[in-house]
Design a protein around this ligand. Structure first.
Ligand SMILES: Cc1cc2nc3c(=O)[nH]c(=O)nc-3n(C[C@H](O)[C@H](O)[C@H](O)COP(=O)(O)OP(=O)(O)OC[C@H]3O[C@@H](n4cnc5c(N)ncnc54)[C@H](O)[C@@H]3O)c2cc1C
Length: 561
């Protein structure tokens, strides 16, 4: 920018997106990396990394060239070529997941090679390189997702509930995939024939080099893609965090960055409820708002950058709280041990008591309103049920693409349950129709939802409408069933902590210490509860994040005792 000449246009000195994606490091930066790894020669055509390799090393080119390639049958598609001073890798350098492409030296040369552990140590200690590398890795992953460059193909149908689940699981785990729709894409039949699968098997997931999964569970997908394969389950961790929503991820970031050995268990995908928010506008530091997926993807990468290990699609099934160290048993039988536990399992929407509800879940009934669901109802009428902030956000978001949004609430209005800024947007939006004291009484359809009956509770009239999409966003039920009364719960099933625990609660639970429980500590010493699963929680991303970080401060005290 030429500050002395006011006629000159303002010009940015910030690096362009391409420069951020593929930066060229300075000689001094390369020398710092060289100090952490080893120099090695590369022969022409040498394959340095192949599709499916785990524990992928990181390379900085000193001389010659490394090409990132996507093998397709007998040919290879060039994604990018790295020259001297440039480096390989994308987000899997941080997550430790398998390689989705091939790295080949296209000419003889020399490179600096770092193992993943050496790279993580570099990123944790060198702030300048951390910024350059982390930004490049994240941006490269976004590009792979946008261009559907990856090792997964999903063959599905919008009429089948499993398809949305599989697509959402991959999306929320930041895993690129190519989607083929059975009802629309010409290539679908050829794939069915080639792999001997039938339309009844959808969704079908073609995973890695040669695996074909028919209507796989999230755990099967995670296993096929090796999401958890580098995690050592035999050691006793300082801290196990159950749940990777905002509260659990915050605890993981603070715990791991302060030197604790942290393992996180997540039954589904990182991000929790916040990950299903189309736009969070009240979280500090994001004046223009941020989508829940973006916010939680950053937190997920941040936790892993500091060394936290995160197990995906591995839920806690039981807490063996009668012994020390504590043992968390997982669905599927295996277990892990820890000196301290933070429970951050949050809450989920209540499923209303409607006949046929489960038949239409994912095929017309949804519990999140993200771009994937919005795409399904472009130009159509939709219903949003609920009067809280999440329902308000969903209505405003869906109104951008739907023909009309019917907001159904049981009460007389929104004032008591929703933030003022959202109420104003709803009132100002002609595409949103608020129907107070109204509730759904029946869902109908053949395969996919086709018709909804709602009742106006004032007059008692029942009206049938040809509406194919309903977003249920009512009430919160805590995810505490797995705890099997190991810690004291309140009358709604939320976990009691700190001063909420009465003398009688503690006596009944056999509290063994002379001191009272710390803030956020449950009726078991060293077991904490944070975020939406805790009795008296505030139902905000900021409070969940705050509680996650506060609990870690007390974990340090527990571990020192
Ligand atoms: C659509 C929507 C929009 C929202 N918008 C906003 C907003 O704009 N601003 C705001 O401040 N708040 C918003 N909220 C509220 C906010 O998202 C929550 O308060 C916050 O996510 C709570 O975080 P948490 O980590 O405590 O729980 P959750 O986000 O519920 O996360 C809990 C995690 O634990 C996992 N889990 C559950 N059981 C187990 C188990 N047995 N083992 C392992 N893992 C388990 C779940 O899969 C989940 O990932 C919104 C919520 C929704 C649903």
């Amino acid at each position: 920018m030429n500050a002395s000449d006011p006629r000159q246009p303002l010009a940015s000195t910030a690096p362009s997106r391409t420069e951020q994606l593929f930066p060229t490091l300075t000689t001094a930066q390369v020398a710092r990396i060289a100090g952490r790894g080893r120099r090695r020669a590369m022969a022409r055509d040498e394959v340095l990394v192949d599709v499916g390799d785990s524990d992928v090393p990181f390379f900085v080119v000193v001389s010659g060239e490394i090409q990132a390639l996507r093998p397709t049958g007998a040919t290879e598609l060039l994604i990018v070529a790295h020259g001297p001073g440039q480096f390989s890798g994308e987000a899997n350098m941080i997550t430790g997941r398998r390689a989705m492409g091939r790295l080949r030296a296209s000419e003889p040369g020399e490179a600096i090679e770092l193992e993943r552990e050496q790279l993580l140590a570099l990123i944790q200690t060198d702030a300048e390189l951390s910024e350059i590398l982390m930004r490049a890795f994240m941006l490269r992953r976004f590009e792979l997702i946008a261009h559907e460059f990856g090792d997964v193909v999903v063959l599905g149908s919008t009429h089948c509930a499993g398809t949305l689940r599989v697509k959402e699981f991959l999306t929320r785990n930041g895993h690129p995939f190519h989607y083929i729709d059975l009802d629309r894409d010409a290539e679908a039949q050829a794939l069915l024939d080639q792999f001997h699968v039938s339309a009844a098997d959808v969704p079908v997931l073609f995973c890695g080099v040669d695996s074909v999964l028919r209507n796989p569970s999230n755990t099967q997908i995670a296993d096929c893609l090796g999401f958890n394969e580098l995690i050592d389950q035999t050691r006793v961790s300082d801290l196990v965090i159950v749940g990777a929503g905002p509260a659990g991820l915050a605890a993981a970031v603070y715990g791991a960055s302060e030197g604790l050995d942290v393992l996180v268990l997540e039954s589904n995908s990182p991000g929790g409820q916040a990950g299903s928010s189309s736009r969070i506008e009240n979280y500090l530091g994001f004046p223009t708002g941020i989508s829940g997926v973006d916010l939680t993807a950053r937190a997920y990468a941040q936790a892993q950058k500091f060394g936290a290990q995160i197990m995906i699609a591995k839920g806690a099934a039981q807490l063996a709280c009668g012994r020390q160290p504590y043992e968390v048993q997982m669905a599927g039988g295996s277990s892990i041990r820890a000196r301290a536990v933070i429970i951050a399992t949050g809450a989920e929407y209540r499923r209303p008591a409607l006949a046929n509800l489960s038949r239409f879940e994912g095929a017309g009934v949804y519990y999140t309103a993200m771009p994937m669901e919005a795409q399904l109802c472009v130009g159509e009428d939709v219903i949003v049920v609920g009067g809280g902030n999440s329902a308000g956000q969903a209505a405003v978001f869906l109104a951008q693409t739907a023909k009309r949004v019917h907001m159904l609430v049981r009460g007389n209005g929104l004032a008591e349950t929703m933030s003022r800024y959202l109420i104003r947007r709803i009132e100002d939006n002609p595409a949103i129709v608020l129907r107070t004291r109204t509730q759904i009484v029946a869902l109908e359809g053949n395969g996919h939802l086709e018709r909804v009956q709602w009742r106006d509770d004032r007059a008692g009239d029942v009206e049938a409408n040809d509406i194919r999409h309903v977003f249920m966003m009512t009430g919160a039920v805590p995810n505490t069933g797995w705890l099997d009364r190991c810690v004291v719960l309140d009358d709604k099933g939320f976990i009691k902590t700190g001063p909420e625990l009465s003398h009688d609660d503690l006596t009944a639970a056999g509290w063994p210490l002379p001191r009272p429980p710390f803030l956020l500590e449950t009726s078991r010493p060293g077991v904490f509860a944070v975020g939406d699963v805790r009795g008296g929680n505030i139902k905000r991303v900021a409070s969940a994040v705050g509680e996650g970080s506060i609990a870690v401060a007390f974990v340090h005290q527990i571990l020192q005792q």
